[in-house]
Design a protein around this ligand. Structure first.
Ligand code: FES
Length: 325
């Protein structure tokens, strides 16, 4: 019998991934650790655009984490992970990783890329939302582009503060209470030079408030960018209909029920793993209609093409979608 026959089959929750070794674990705060991965052979890793994320398979689950580097010619990937006590356990498993452990990760994916036309950046982060924002700050420092950063965190609980200040100096403003944040945000929103793009990452309610305030101050939507943490906080969405072209079946997808669940209830076996829009397993081909993309797997360009969708989280902008099923 060969060794291969004795080994259990490992189903990787991320497509076309890389097996990397944990090379460093550094505690940032009581509840946040930074974890660094490298290729065990020392080979360079695929580069990425600032604001990209990795899907890391840890235990039986897979989760997406923002990369904190600038993405230029990386020899290692670093992420920071907040321990969520009442989460599904993924963050606890990540906090148990130690140097020498092997993990399976996706290639970096981008859903929060810097605009090529941006002449200045206003970066706004709350809590663990600092991670993709730090990636942008690092890129700004490397490219010589000016940026302001507002970082909201609980007193004494800021991660990566020293690094952010090394990158952007006095352009970093820390806020630990609502009043000082509101005052700083209002001032920054009204004093940015022409061509500034705003990038915000944090809890959904926080991001909505920042974006609303920016719009009230006349910022056009094209200059506003936000990144949510996975699919956990997605709303129920609107109902829509799917027309399955090959099987000639029409199905109603009610609000609060995913397209994947609707297809499963109709007896369709759709491959899936994470059911959170991050692994890419549940991808379906779209023949007609505009999907409402809510996943973290497809790139911005793939989303704009509207020919593929992740049915575990994405829905429809049109009343009806036609799928190649
Ligand atoms: S099941 Fe992972 S993206 Fe849908």
């Amino acid at each position: 019998m060969t060794m291969t026959a004795l080994q259990p089959e490992v189903h990787h929750a991320v497509k076309d991934g890389l097996q990397l070794e944990v090379t460093d674990v550094t505690r940032q705060t009581e509840s946040i650790v930074s974890i660094t991965f490298a290729d065990p052979s020392g080979a360079p890793l695929p580069s990425y655009v600032p604001g990209s994320h990795l899907v890391v398979q840890c235990g039986t689950g897979a989760n997406a984490y923002s990369l904190t580097g600038s993405g230029t010619a990386p020899s290692e990937y670093t992420i920071s992970v907040l321990q969520v006590a009442d989460g599904a356990g993924g963050s606890l498993a990540m906090h148990r990783l130690a140097a020498g452990d092997l993990v399976y990760v996706s290639r970096p994916r981008s859903a929060f890329a810097p605009a090529a036309t941006a002449r200045h950046f206003l970066l706004v982060a709350a809590g663990i939302g600092i991670t993709p924002v730090l990636s942008h700050a690092r890129a700004c420092a490397e490219w010589g582009i000016a940026a302001d950063l507002i970082y909201v965190h609980r007193p004494g609980a800021g991660a990566h503060v020293t690094e952010a200040k090394e990158l952007l100096g006095s352009a970093v403003t820390e806020c630990s209470d609502r009043v000082s944040f509101q005052k700083t945000l209002a001032e920054k929103l009204t004093t940015q030079p022409l061509g500034t793009h705003l990038y915000v990452c944090g809890p959904v309610a926080f991001m909505d408030a920042v974006l609303d305030q920016a719009r009230e101050h006349g910022w056009p939507s094209a200059r506003l960018h936000s990144e949510a943490f996975g699919a956990a906080e997605l709303d129920a969405g609107e109902p829509f209909t799917v027309n399955l072209a090959r099987s000639g079946v029409k199905l109603n997808v009610p609000a609060g029920v995913s397209l994947l669940e609707t297809l499963e209830q109709a007896g369709k076996a759709i491959p899936n793993m994470c059911r959170k829009g991050i692994c890419g397993e549940c991808s379906l081909s779209v023949l007609r209609g505009k999907p409402q993309h809510r996943d973290l797997y497809l790139s911005d360009q793939e989303k704009a093409e509207n020919t593929t969708m992740m049915c575990c989280v994405s829905r429809s902008l049109d009343e009806e979608l036609e799928l190649d099923l």
